[in-house]
Unconditional design. Structure first.
Length: 439
């Protein structure tokens, strides 16, 4: 877990004692709000998933009854409203899931959304399937709806007279994810802890209850080996934990610290759990179930959704309380560019020079600084530059700063196959004093 230390120094001579920014090859660090406050409906963002090939995010927005598609830098690329589905409008609260098919199956890129008839939680719980429109990757067309075991995937199941052997009951379909083969996994909130597995076309593959049966599954994730991780409520809905179900059907408790959602790195088998005991934070486990670290404490507010990005190895956490999404840069196999930063220098009342050394590990990397006034959410991006694969200096003068104002800055360096973000000290653009928080 990243430590926090506070410091106060006076005079320009003291600048040499300021620690530089952290290279993110190890513990994850907050990379700042991913999307600014006010971008979502009244209830804020809930669940999130990442398309591995593009790094795009799909975020449920219950207050607006839609799923928003965001680009890797937070730009809104599109939305899915559900107008063409039989229920004509998504019911997404509380905490209905969204999934994208990252497999190499025929349904790669398809999006699955767990919903119900808007306004009535128990009415028509289904999983709606959408596919990208030909030539329009940010627009999606309704394909069919999964209505339960034995029901398949139909455009209008009720009108077609489809009678599943086991409908999603009560609050019904809740969590949804897609495995390495394109199979779709759905948790059923009111079926005695049931988890359904469907093929890409909605055909039944497997139906297996959790044990004991008083566990109510919510969030779900599957790794490349087929092991299933489920965030569940237990007993009176007060206790929340994550259960692992291996390919033999054996269950074990991985985490019991007030877990609300779970995500996996399908390649490494690492598991990321959104916990609440002791304050909201993320707990990271290796593929054997050993806890590696905790991070995000003090940063994450009322969080309900977590996702791992195979595109840049980042972790994304939705924050309803702050109405935004946090991005955390995470360590990965091979790592990303290594970054070492020097203290700010050549400081005047309205400018300073930032300098870091970037080691891209063999590939050319693009870099830039981002800075903002402390306590605000919007970063300003500098022009930046590139360094060769052998490494080089990233130096830039940041000007037009307000005197006697505290700023937060960071360096971002990206190579073709990965990304690392460097979060540095909060610095005051003034020749008199320097105050800040080092993360």
């Amino acid at each position: 877990m990243l430590s926090i230390r506070r410091f106060t120094m006076t005079g320009l001579a003291a600048l040499s004692a300021v620690a530089g920014c952290l290279a993110l090859g190890g513990a994850p660090a907050l990379a700042a709000p991913y999307l600014p406050s006010g971008s979502f409906g009244a209830e804020g963002p809930e669940r999130v998933v990442v398309e591995s090939s593009s790094g795009d995010l799909f975020v449920t927005d219950p207050g607006a009854s839609k799923v928003i598609k965001l680009g890797p830098e937070g730009e809104v690329e599109g939305e899915i409203t559900g107008l063409e589905t039989p229920q004509t409008k998504f019911g997404l609260e509380p905490g209905r899931g969204v999934a994208v098919d990252n497999s190499e199956s025929s349904s790669k890129g398809d999006v699955y959304i767990a919903s119900y008839a808007e306004g009535v939680h128990e009415e028509r719980p289904v999983v709606d399937k959408f596919a990208p429109k030909a030539g329009k990757p940010n627009e999606y067309e309704y394909v069919c709806e999964l209505v339960g075991a034995g029901g398949g995937c139909h455009k209008e199941a009720a009108k077609e007279g489809v009678m599943p052997t086991s409908e999603f009951g009560g609050f019904g379909a809740f969590g949804v994810t897609v495995g390495a083969t394109g199979d779709v996994y759905v948790t059923d909130f009111n079926s005695g802890g049931q988890i359904y597995e469907f093929g890409p076309e909605g055909e039944d593959v497997l139906s297996s209850p959790l044990s004991p049966t008083d566990e109510i599954p919510v969030g779900i994730a599957v790794d490349a080996a087929g092991d299933i991780y489920v965030a569940v409520y237990t007993g009176s809905l007060a206790a929340k934990e994550v259960i692992e179900i291996n390919t033999k059907g054996e269950t074990s408790v991985l985490d019991k610290a007030g877990s609300s959602d779970v995500a996996v790195n399908p390649t490494s088998g690492e598991v990321f759990v959104l916990d609440s005991v002791g304050g909201n934070h993320v707990t990271r486990y290796d593929s054997t179930g050993k806890e590696i670290e905790q991070f995000g404490g003090g940063e994450v507010g009322e969080a309900n959704g977590i996702a791992y990005s195979a595109k840049n190895n980042d972790i994304y956490v939705t924050d309803k309380g702050k109405d935004l999404i946090h991005a955390f840069a995470a360590a990965s196999a091979g790592g990303g560019p290594e970054v070492t930063c020097a203290p700010p220098k050549a400081r005047t009342a309205t400018s300073l020079t930032l300098s870091c050394y970037v080691e891209p590990k063999g590939e050319e990397a693009t870099w830039w600084f981002e800075y903002k006034e402390a306590g605000t959410t919007e970063f300003t991006k500098s022009p930046g530059g590139t360094v060769p694969g052998t490494g080089g200096e990233a130096t830039e003068v940041i000007g037009s700063l307000k005197p006697e104002t505290t700023y937060v800055y960071r360096l971002r360096a990206r190579r073709k196959i990965s990304q690392q973000r460097c979060v540095s000290a909060a610095v005051a653009a003034t020749g008199q004093s320097l105050r800040g928080v080092m993360r």
